[in-house]
Design a binder for this molecule. Structure first.
Ligand SMILES: C[S@@+](CC[C@H](N)C(=O)[O-])C[C@H]1O[C@@H](n2cnc3c(N)ncnc32)[C@H](O)[C@@H]1O
Length: 284
């Protein structure tokens, strides 16, 4: 048991309408397709093909590792760790310690199982809980958040907790949505129902909130063009391979994912929501 976190899981029922999380056990069906039985030992490079819930998979995680120069002696925290894809990849590539914190128990359980079957237990510590209510000690060199901040409405508490979780000199690294132009009512309804982004900020307000929390050296990079293409291509490829997905995942899961991918692709194509990478430092 990790002593850093004492908060229990507080599942946000709003996430229940997000089709991406409709059938998280689908990863076991994908692993079966790769030739793995239910309790076989797993190669992390195979699991990494199917365990990512953000854009550009391991390539995006490589970018973070290289930019921050993550090393084996670092302590890192991955907030909203999903199926544990980024956490396992960071651990296997750098041999650093990763605490993987996930709100949804079903995802947390699957993530722990996959990590254990990859033989990465000694590097990745999975915890189930809400980042806003867990007790965090400032022991981390880096805090990661791939597409999780968008789900958290209370930005003040979010960035305050990020700050608290880091050592002086530590950095937060996140990929997130932001508001580029005002959203139409229809767009906002779609975004809330299918993606659950309760309080998206503008580019400037995002940086202002980080500054208010005490962060300095705030760097934001606009990834909108890449994400617009990625989400468009993901939908096209999913639809083209629909028969394969129905065979492997079943009709209900396929339909749920197709709906989710279509909504996200449409939102980015609309041009009012952007994607950003942000890096910010807790001063020494
Ligand atoms: C889009 S997924 C990304 C998962 C993972 N970061 C990845 O890239 O594969 C966002 C995750 O954040 C989790 N999450 C949302 N709010 C959270 C919170 N308050 N505390 C911890 N996790 C949270 C969700 O349950 C979900 O698994």
């Amino acid at each position: 048991m990790n002593e850093e976190f004492n908060g229990g899981p507080d599942i946000d029922s709003n996430l229940a309408s997000v089709e991406l999380y409709f059938d998280v056990k689908r990863i076991y069906k994908e692993l079966e397709e790769l030739g793995y039985g239910k309790s076989d030992r797993l190669k992390v490079e195979d699991v990494n093909k199917v365990d990512s819930l953000h854009y550009f998979g391991s390539e995006a995680v490589d970018h973070a590792i290289n930019l921050l120069d993550v090393r084996s002696n670092h302590r890192t925290l991955d907030v909203g760790s999903g199926l544990g894809g980024p956490a396992r990849y960071i651990a296997s590539r750098t041999k650093c310690h990763v605490t993987a914190l996930e709100l949804q128990e079903e995802l947390h359980n699957a993530a722990s199982d996959l990590t254990s079957r990859c033989g990465l237990d000694s590097y990745v510590n999975h915890r189930c809980g809400d980042f806003l209510s867990v007790d965090v000690e400032g022991t981390h060199d880096f805090l990661f958040g791939w597409l999780v901040f968008l789900h958290i409405a209370d930005k003040k508490s979010l960035f305050h907790n990020c700050y608290k979780a880091l050592k002086p000199g530590g950095k937060v690294y996140a990929e997130d949505f932001f508001v580029k132009h005002p959203l139409s009512e229809d767009e906002d309804n779609l975004l809330q129902k299918h993606v659950y982004c309760p309080n998206l900020q503008s580019w400037d307000k995002y940086q202002e909130d980080l500054r208010q929390a005490g962060f300095t050296d705030i760097q934001m990079t606009d990834l909108t063009d890449d994400w617009t293409k990625y989400t468009h291509d993901r939908l096209q490829s999913f639809v083209q391979n629909r028969d394969r997905h129905v065979r492997v995942l079943g009709e209900a899961t396929t339909q749920a994912l197709q709906t989710f991918y279509a909504v996200v692709s449409g939102i980015f194509a609309g041009g009012n929501v952007g994607g950003a990478r942000l890096v910010a430092t807790k001063p020494q």
